[in-house]
Design a protein around this ligand. Structure first.
Ligand SMILES: Nc1ncnc2c1ncn2[C@@H]1O[C@H](COP(=O)(O)OP(=O)(O)OP(=O)(O)O)[C@@H](O)[C@H]1O
Ligand SMILES: [Mn+2]
Length: 271
């Protein structure tokens, strides 16, 4: 077994930090207690182990690359790790206890904007997460079993309203409803059968449904094969400081755009 041990040794030799993804407390205490030299960072939906260095996961990214990337970008943002650091990340690729160690070198070039998407958007972090949850749920269930598409433009609503026009009466005109409220989620699902975009303010107020976006599509680089909904969603985030969260009717994926770029792509079936 010498070669297997060598391989495992290689993964953890001389690392500058250990990242534990959703550890239980006994595991966390063993690792953090054993070696005071190496920085231990916990990445999880909640800081249940009361770790000193902690990055909050807004979603349990099923894609392990996204999960690790989010944790590292968050740690870079708080100055917990620096360019060139070697990290050992303990993660569960299958559900349950940690089953893998991934060695990663921190590199500015690996910044994908994934952490910024949730934490440094114009809209409040909870609002972005709530809209993701609506889009994921809508993607999983569809409307009466049929796939639906939807476009949510979140943050910088005044500017977004100026770059769009109504397709129909606005059912949210006189209401003061916010995303995350269970009643609102039912309404959003119902109205998603119709055309256009939902516009949501920084604080999560639903400003309008049925908006036709008219951004200038110039200089937007979105993947080939995506149509008008994704193009409009991507482009509005270049023209404004909004974030767009798009559920595709045709491939069922949820995508997020910011600064005119595709930042995240997830399959609702995984959640
Ligand atoms: N500029 C726009 N603003 C708001 N909504 C739009 C805009 N363009 C298209 N849509 C909406 O997107 C719907 C689907 O259009 P299209 O099929 O071209 O987009 P798509 O990107 O391929 O999305 P999907 O993957 O869901 O099919 C349209 O019926 C319309 O409701
Ligand atoms: Mn289409």
């Amino acid at each position: 077994m010498a070669t297997l041990s060598d391989l495992l040794d290689y993964l953890i030799t001389d690392v500058d930090g250990v990242f534990l993804f959703s550890p239980n407390s006994s595991f966390y205490e063993q690792v953090a207690g054993n070696d005071a030299e190496t920085r231990v960072v916990v990445v999880a939906p909640q800081n249940a182990v009361e770790a000193e260095s902690y990055v909050e996961l807004p979603l349990e990214f099923k894609n392990v690359r996204d999960r690790i990337r989010f944790g590292i970008e968050g740690a870079m943002d708080r100055g917990l790790v620096a360019e060139g650091d070697d990290l050992a990340c303990s993660v569960a690729i299958f559900d349950g206890d940690p089953d893998s160690v991934v060695r990663v070198r921190v590199d500015e070039a690996m910044r994908s904007g994934l952490y910024d998407l949730f934490t440094h958007s114009r809209a409040e972090p909870g609002v972005i997460r709530d809209v993701f949850e609506v889009a994921i749920e809508l993607g999983k269930k569809g409307q009466k079993g049929k796939p639906v598409g939807a476009l949510f433009v979140v943050g910088d609503a005044g500017k977004v309203m100026n770059k769009s026009r109504p397709l129909s009466y606005n059912p949210f005109e006189k209401s003061h409803v916010h995303v995350g409220d269970p009643i609102v989620n039912v309404m959003l699902k119902e109205f998603s059968r119709l055309d256009g975009a939902f516009i949501i303010s920084d604080s999560g107020k639903i400003v309008s449904a049925y908006r036709y976006l008219e951004p200038s599509a110039e200089g937007v680089d979105i993947p080939k094969g995506l149509g008008a909904r994704h193009m409009a969603g991507g482009a509005i985030t270049r023209d404004t400081n909004a974030t767009a969260i798009v559920l595709s009717e045709s491939d069922g994926l949820v995508r997020a755009f910011k600064g005119g770029q595709l930042i995240l792509e997830i399959d609702p079936e995984d959640y």
